[in-house]
Design a protein around this ligand. Structure first.
Ligand SMILES: Nc1nc2c(c(=O)[nH]1)N[C@H]1C(S)=C(S)[C@@H](COP(=O)(O)OP(=O)(O)OC[C@H]3O[C@@H](n4cnc5c(=O)[nH]c(N)nc54)[C@H](O)[C@@H]3O)O[C@H]1N2
Ligand SMILES: Nc1nc2c(c(=O)[nH]1)N[C@H]1C(S)=C(S)[C@@H](COP(=O)(O)OP(=O)(O)OC[C@H]3O[C@@H](n4cnc5c(=O)[nH]c(N)nc54)[C@H](O)[C@@H]3O)O[C@H]1N2
Ligand SMILES: [Mo]
Length: 760
């Protein structure tokens, strides 16, 4: 299989390379932000919009899920948040004329960057069977087609309802309610590709699949371990929290195959000193081999166990289960094997141990560097073991901190977007609405693609996101999507998923976070939950991108009426008229949302959801205690002459949305088809800096996948490891290459061969 870059695209991919930077944010970031924002929005709209980001009376930043501090700055956003806002609040428009000028066969040749740059979609569009052009369609007709196709299915399980994590709580709650009333748990979501491994690991070990720390805890920690995360690009506001923690005396260990600029040094744009000098953040950089984290934490656990007085014995006795078995496994950890798995030195690990032992309050933060491997779930469980050993869960300044991606991905799960819902959740939903939800599990993202491929699923509906662009094994996925009867995308902007369709397709344009949402009962707001379990309101203030847009809750309500008709006793019309009525129902179904509307009215800044381990040191697991686990240590074995490739984000992208072609901190300009290779590995493979190479993925079943024409960049990544951007490299990730237990695509461990070639 070969994936070539698009041919019909005027955008040139010609990467230039300069040395990587050692500091993130500061003045260059501000200039870059304003430039991008003004190109999309003009000067006055830029000012009006950016001043409302993350304010209590404003909208939640559509960037990442990092929480806001209670005392907000006037400009409470970061460079990349501003880019996310500009991308949505752009003045560029995709009208029916655009679709008349660009048939599907043309759209299919365009890059994601080009598609996104065309602007906001203004009207519902329909692609009839056999046609090559989308045509404008009325909302009535669009819902009639959708209802007709859904009702025609042999079973509700032939429908798939995907959610990307920007969807509000209100829209997500309605979507899962509709899916279950219709009769399926097929609710795949972006989380299946993201933090599912964290959820799987945490639910079993501490009883809740969410992080246990607040911003306040980060500020009070003695030691913060940041593993597998690049906050300088993906969670820039986290750097302010790390800076504050450092100022109060915290130490930081970063565990990463790449030296990431933001973690090295941070120039805080919110303070004058910060702008000039910046703070060094990382005290110890553990440049680990890809996939070596479980081995590292296992050895640290052994060393803690062997140190007198280092284990919090009272905590272990009172609050945990499985200690003996875990301790036996940890004691068997082997130095030589750990050094081989991690590529670290003995001295580095001993230094890390000293810092661990010197800390009374430890937090571990992580993101995709830990979640997207075959052995991600046992890796994260080993992190939990590490924290449990010294009682670092459920007290101030300590805990687990999976740093979530999309701004409401955590909230969507809380609202019931899950293919494997807990029976108690379904019981509450059924009781409230007088329905009978299916109890059998639905399809996650990877199973959904397999179901489309195998003809088991026929209608695909996406509440946001870019399913085709974000999922693995691009060729397989695109072929699968083309087998669908109907594909439907609720979207703000064009992307690859609109160009790779089923027999019929609908594009349903919707309001974004920045747009003012007025319904029959008046102006509405929605709510979101951040990475630390804080729920708050989000209110757009711009006139909508077009008068023809419907909000996400309105779209779900109308889809439900078109599909379920008089058979539904659910007040869909009332929900659309007044979102407070949706929140009243959420309050009665979802634990922690009691008096939802009243609490939001009392404090628009929001409230924290309950979290038993954090609040009461109570662990709602099967054993009633926090569980130690003892999985065998695994790490990727890479054959001679091959490299282990991770697929990651550049500084100028938001997942599949490409803002620009630069990756400033890594010194890449004007192109994305690059592969970062350690200079010694490159020398051994005979690859000069600037040479062009094909990336050839080798999968265990003997199949190969090829991504041609990547420029080799000699870069200080760990030995044996390589890195290239997603989504260009998704073609290399086999659909079957997933994490055990969580079924998350193993996007960070792809075995590749590099073959000399030409620019693509
Ligand atoms: N600007 C911007 N912000 C974003 C996003 C975006 O695309 N752009 N995406 C959002 C989303 S949905 C998410 S999930 C988050 C993603 O946030 P991140 O997880 O920071 O994103 P990635 O670019 O995938 O970076 C993975 C990091 O893990 C490291 N890594 C890779 N493999 C390993 C390993 O085996 N071990 C260790 N220890 N480290 C490893 C990589 O070198 C890299 O630093 O960001 C969110 N925020
Ligand atoms: N190889 C590889 N693959 C990966 C990853 C990786 O690291 N490597 N990361 C994975 C991760 S962590 C994630 S979260 C997924 C992301 O997967 P998705 O969430 O599906 O992808 P996005 O690129 O975030 O979706 C962008 C699209 O969302 C739409 N959109 C934006 N705002 C709104 C809105 O307010 N409402 C609606 N309805 N639509 C909107 C726009 O049309 C835009 O084109 O990708 C995963 N895929
Ligand atoms: Mo994500």
């Amino acid at each position: 299989m070969v994936s070539k870059p698009p041919a019909g695209d005027p955008v040139q991919d010609a990467p230039q390379v300069t040395p990587p930077q050692h500091a993130a944010a500061g003045l260059p970031a501000i200039g870059h932000t304003l430039r991008i924002a003004q190109q999309q929005m003009g000067v006055s709209r830029t000012a009006r919009t950016l001043l409302k980001v993350n304010q209590k009376d404003g909208f939640d930043c559509p960037g990442c899920a990092w929480p806001e501090e209670d005392k907000r700055h006037v400009a409470e956003f970061c460079e990349n948040g501003a880019k996310a806002v500009a991308e949505e609040a752009t003045l560029r428009r995709v009208t029916p004329d655009f679709f008349a000028a660009h048939p599907l066969s043309d759209l299919a040749t365009r890059s994601g960057y080009w598609l996104g740059q065309q602007g906001r979609i203004t009207q519902p569009m329909y692609l009839p069977e056999g046609a090559d052009r989308y045509e404008a369609i009325s909302w009535e007709r669009a819902f009639a087609i959708l209802g007709e196709e859904l009702r025609a299915l042999a079973s509700p399980d032939e429908a798939l309802f995907y959610t990307s994590g920007r969807t509000s709580n209100e829209a997500a709650f309605l979507l899962q309610l509709f899916a279950r009333e219709f009769g399926t748990n097929n609710l795949p979501d972006c989380s299946n590709m993201c933090h599912e491994s964290s959820g799987s690991a945490l639910t079993e070990t501490i009883g809740i699949g969410k992080g246990s720390v607040s911003l306040e805890d980060l500020h009070r920690a003695d030691l913060i371990v940041v593993a597998g995360q690049n906050p300088g690009t993906n969670h820039p506001r986290m750097l302010s929290a790390l800076e504050k923690a450092k100022a109060a005396g915290a130490k930081i260990i970063s565990v990463n195959p790449l030296p990431e600029a933001g973690l090295e040094r941070f120039k805080n744009p919110q303070t004058p000193q910060g702008m000039l000098k910046g703070a060094a953040l990382t005290d110890l950089f553990l440049q680990i081999r890809i996939g070596g984290d479980q081995a590292l934490f296992r050895l640290l656990n052994k060393l803690v166990l062997e140190t007198d007085g280092a284990v919090d014995e009272a905590f272990v006795r009172e609050h945990t289960h499985g200690y003996a078995e875990f301790a036996a496994a940890a004691r068997a950890a082997d130095w030589d094997e750990t050094l081989a798995a991690t590529g670290l030195t003995r001295a580095q690990i001993e230094r890390a141990l000293e810092m661990v032992l010197a800390s009374e309050r430890t937090i571990v933060c992580w993101a995709m560097g830990l979640t997207q491997h075959k052995h991600s779930v046992p890796t994260i469980r080993e992190v939990v073991n590490f924290l449990l050993l010294r009682g670092n869960i459920g007290r101030p300044g300590a805990g687990v901190c999976p740093v979530r991606g999309h701004s409401n991905v955590q909230g969507d799960r809380t609202m019931g977007i899950f293919e494997r819902p807990a029976p108690a959740f379904l019981d509450a939903l059924d009781k409230e609405f007088g329905i009978v939800s299916p109890r059998h599990h639905g399809f996650d993202v990877v199973r959904s693609i397999q179901a489309l491929r195998d003809g088991e699923a026929k209608v695909f509906f996406a509440m946001g996101g870019n399913f085709v662009g974000a999922t693995p094994d691009t060729e397989v996925t695109e072929a699968a999507m083309r087998r669908a009867r109907l594909t439907v995308h609720v979207s703000t902007k064009l992307n690859r998923s609109h160009a790779v369709t089923g027999a019929r397709a609908l594009i349903l344009p919707t309001l974004g976070r920045t747009d003012k949402d007025v319904q029959q009962s008046g102006r509405q707001f929605v709510t979101v939950e951040d990475s630390m379990g804080l729920v708050h309101a989000s209110r757009g203030n711009l006139p909508p991108a077009s008068p023809h847009l419907l909000s996400e809750p309105a779209i779900v309500a109308r889809m439900a009426r078109a599909t379920l008709g008089d058979g539904s006793a659910t007040p869909w019309e009332a929900f659309e008229r007044d979102y407070a009525t949706i929140r009243d129902r959420i309050a009665r179904v979802v634990p922690g949302f009691d008096d939802f509307n009243a609490r939001l009215a009392a404090d628009p800044g929001g409230f924290a959801l309950p979290h038993a381990p954090r609040d009461e040191r109570r662990f709602p697991t099967a054993t009633g205690k926090a569980n130690f686990t003892a999985a065998p240590v695994e790490y990727p074995r890479v054959p001679e002459g091959r490299l282990l490739l991770q697929t990651l984000r550049s500084h100028d992208q938001y997942n599949t949305t490409i803002y620009g072609l630069d990756d400033r901190y890594r010194g890449i300009k004007g192109g994305r088809r690059i592969v970062l290779v350690n200079p010694e590995d490159a020398a051994a493979l005979g690859l000069a800096d600037g040479a062009y190479t094909d990336l050839v993925g080798e999968w265990t079943d003997g199949t190969e996948r090829r991504a041609p024409g990547f420029r080799v960049v000699h870069y200080p990544t760990a030995r044996g490891c390589a890195a290239a951007y997603y989504p260009e490299t998704n073609v290399l990730v086999p659909l079957e290459s997933t994490a055990d237990i969580s079924n998350t695509p193993a996007s960070k461990s792809v075995i590749v061969r590099l073959e000399q070639s030409q620019p693509a």
